[in-house]
Design a protein around this ligand. Structure first.
Ligand SMILES: [Zn+2]
Length: 206
């Protein structure tokens, strides 16, 4: 199997399992185990009666019924987890999809969690304070202490270059450093910031 198993398991746990009932998860894993882990690909040929016999003994130890298995195989197909192919004398051919190839999972992987990325840490006063506290009320460029009156937030990646009001992109900054960095990237501003810090230090030591 080319895919890294640990990535598959993470995607399964983080993205797929919340979308499935425990029974559906177990049935998916049964098919996964008998396809990818056995042959290295998603193809599996198995009769529903075999699945019913081998898999899913209920809490009281009774076998899953044929009808029960059929119902949940259909649900897994509706959710895009498997594809039910031709029926042959040896059983039905199934294609088991890897978590990343299941639309429900694919959407979550490609769309970053809206919960955190939508939070506006720049304009919300409470959230601004969270950043200042995270940075210990210290300017992240020159190391000077800032106060609630002098503290500003700098967009590490400038807004003009697509930087967002996210926690990761905001740094506590003193007024001077913020006015120097302005809408430059850190690489562009680094020399100017350093020069200013040296000037300020030499004034203090005079
Ligand atoms: Zn500063």
């Amino acid at each position: 199997m080319e895919e890294d198993l640990s990535i598959i398991i993470c995607q399964l746990v983080d993205y797929l399992m919340p979308e499935l009932t425990p029974y559906e998860t177990a049935l998916y894993l049964y098919l996964f185990r008998n396809s990818f882990l056995k042959n290295g690909n998603g193809e599996i040929q198995v009769g529903k009666r075999t699945i019913a016999a081998e898999f899913g003994r209920g809490a009281r130890g009774e076998k899953s019924s044929y009808a029960h298995v059929s119902k949940y195989l259909n649900i897994l197909e509706e959710k895009g987890c498997i594809k039910v192919n031709d029926i042959t004398s040896k059983g039905t051919m199934y294609t088991v999809n890897l978590p990343k190839d299941i639309p429900l999972v694919f959407d979550k992987i490609t769309r970053p969690s809206t919960q955190n990325s939508d939070a506006d840490y720049f304009t919300d006063p409470e959230k601004r304070k969270e950043i200042f506290q995270r940075d210990d009320w210290v300017c992240q460029y020159c190391g000077d202490k800032v106060t609630p009156e002098s503290a500003t937030l700098d967009h590490y990646i400038p807004q003009s270059k697509g930087g967002k009001n996210t926690k990761d992109n905001l740094k506590t900054s003193c007024l001077i450093c913020n006015s120097i960095k302005c809408d430059k990237t850190y690489e562009e501003a680094a020399q100017l910031l350093l020069k200013n810090i040296q000037e300020r230090n030499s004034k203090i030591h005079k």
